[in-house]
Ligand binder design. Structure first.
Ligand code: 4NP
Length: 155
């Protein structure tokens, strides 16, 4: 299973989401590969936001080796599942994918936790550590729900 997490900048939310899911998938021996990207070009090549790194590390997850990249339409073919953090990300993924768009494999990550509600992971870019911790907690629960739905295992 190859899974892609997508946000706008690829430095705050999606590196956290990818780090959390990869950590849980590895612990459960699932053999999954989890990556992340952004819909924008703003932070290509950059490491995750220092607050995303700090919050992840406080939970034992090291995301310091991730580097920003931009979503490319071929990702629609490469990945089995693609998760957007918010509705703008989802719309941008759809637009950028063009003829390769596949609705079946694309969803908002919080729909794993609150099916059909289209809730969004808030952008913590202008926020403080508390905002990053709230994002971590949402993603942590969503990743547990995702793993349980797909494998029946506790994350
Ligand atoms: P992210 O947050 O999409 O969660 O990575 C952002 C990071 C950077 C910017 C916006 C959102 N920016 O405008 O540079």
């Amino acid at each position: 299973m190859k899974i892609l997490m997508v946000c706008l900048g690829n430095i705050c939310r999606s590196p956290l989401a990818a780090g959390i899911l990869q950590y849980k998938a590895d612990n459960a021996d699932l053999g999954w590969v989890v990556e992340s990207s952004g819909t924008s070009r703003y932070h290509i090549g950059d490491p995750p936001h220092r607050m995303s790194q700090k919050v992840a590390l406080s939970h034992g997850i090291d995301i310091s080796n991730q580097r920003g990249s931009q979503f490319a339409k071929e990702d629609m073919l490469t990945f089995d599942l693609i998760y957007a953090m918010d509705r703008d990300n989802y719309a941008d993924i759809k637009r950028m994918s063009g003829e390769l768009w596949n609705e079946e494999k694309t969803d908002l990550i919080l729909n794993e936790l609150y099916p059909g509600e289209d809730r969004e992971v808030p952008d913590p870019w202008y926020g403080n550590e508390k905002d990053f911790r709230e994002v971590f907690d949402m993603l942590d629960k969503a990743c547990d729900a995702l793993i349980f739905r797909l494998t029946g295992k506790e994350g």
